[in-house]
Design a protein around this ligand. Structure first.
Ligand code: KG4
Ligand code: ZN
Length: 347
């Protein structure tokens, strides 16, 4: 079968074509099924459009999706060498995300499905991030702990079985990526902040600036990054740090280190209380080298396998959306063409 997936939840316009064998059956057998093959996964970033504002401007994002969506879908089909008529299943991100942006992808996918008389599956964006590793690995054993770290979300999930994800904790304020983006914005380093903080902090001393880690009094698995962000702004003001400060690399490395420690602290607490058979790291911030390395080191210290998508599958992309649609199809959860499918900004 051939799946065409569309993702427009934030500021990336993406379309992907994947092909999956029909062998393996449905239900339990789906666990061992070979992952679908990515024939194309086109991602058009809007970074340049939002960079002057230091963050995503929702109205500009949706307008840009409208301009790009048709060309991106055409490009995905052409790179895959697949005709539109050969698509068996359409998949599209339904939410959470920016409502105007989501609607562009959703309406486009519904139109294609209606035109081709093929089913269209709505996919949850967070579930798609968690599913990305399954495109590159076979036979990952459940239960798993999934740490999702992006610009909009920072959450910890117990993944009990295929598409059975239970939320254990989430951020009470800023997401980790958002904190990185805001600190970079405050220093005028550009957008998105995560990759800039990583690049400019490389070689810096991660112990140079002290950051007290957030601790929730109730030992819950929720995260909090606004305290770290405020502490970062205090260092910046207190020490007069700027773009060209000699201590900038030390400061950025220290802040990145604090974010990584906060993430891994909650993960370790969840590992102690649950009995996962593996650990998943995903979301845009999972591109970060310090986080990837420390996550792997932690996993091996507790004798668990670590699964992290390759960098291009960490940030928003449509292939991960297709991965969820594929599992839903295998589980018999795909109905006939449903044009009532609606977008949601939040879960
Ligand atoms: O998953 P994603 O593409 O979009 C959301 O669903 O939010 O994540 C975007 C986030 C941004 O906050 C960006 O700064 C961060 O991922 N990011 C990184 C890196 N690359 C992207 N953060 C740290 N290090 C990176 N290399
Ligand atoms: Zn995302």
């Amino acid at each position: 079968m051939v799946i065409l997936a569309i993702e427009t939840s934030c500021d990336e316009t993406s379309a992907a074509v994947l092909s999956a064998g029909n062998g393996g059956g449905t239900g339990l057998a789906a666990r061992e099924a070979a992952p679908p093959e990515i024939l194309s996964n086109i991602v058009l970033s809007q970074d340049e459009i939002h960079a002057p504002y230091g963050g995503v401007v929702p109205e500009l994002a949706s307008r840009q999706h409208i301009k790009s969506i048709e060309a991106i879908v055409r490009e995905a089909l052409s790179r895959a060498g697949v005709e539109l008529g050969a698509v068996d299943l359409f998949a599209v991100t339904q939410g959470p995300g920016l409502i105007g942006s989501l609607l562009v992808g959703l309406m486009f996918a519904k139109s294609l499905a209606y035109f081709g008389r093929k089913p269209v599956v709505g996919v949850d964006h967070l579930e798609a991030h968690l599913e990305a590793v399954f495109l590159e690995n076979r036979g990952i054993p459940y239960p798993l702990l999934g740490l999702l770290v992006s610009g909009g979300h920072t959450s910890l999930y117990l993944m009990e079985g295929p598409l059975q994800n239970r939320l254990l904790g989430r951020t009470r304020d800023d997401a980790a990526g958002e904190a990185l983006d805001k600190v970079a914005k405050f220093l005028g380093l550009g957008y998105p902040g995560g990759p800039v903080v990583e690049r400019l902090g490389r070689g810096g001393d991660p112990a140079a600036f002290p950051f007290a880690l957030p601790r929730t009094k109730d030992r819950s698995l929720d995260f909090s990054f606004s305290g770290l962000k405020t502490a970062a702004l205090r260092h910046i003001r207190g020490q007069g740090l700027a773009k060209d400060s000699p201590r900038l690399a030390d400061f950025l490395a220290s802040f990145e280190e604090a974010v990584v420690r906060a993430l891994l602290g909650n993960l370790a607490q969840a590992v102690e209380t649950g009995e996962p058979r593996g650990l998943i790291l995903c979301g845009g911030v999972a591109r970060n080298t310090r986080l990837r390395t420390r996550f792997e080191d932690y996993a091996s210290s507790v004798g668990l396998p670590a699964y992290i998508p390759s960098p291009k599958l960490c940030t928003d992309n449509a292939a991960m959306v297709a991965a969820v649609a594929f599992k839903k199809f295998r589980a018999g959860q795909v109905g006939p063409l449903d044009l009532d499918l609606d977008a949601y900004a939040r879960r």
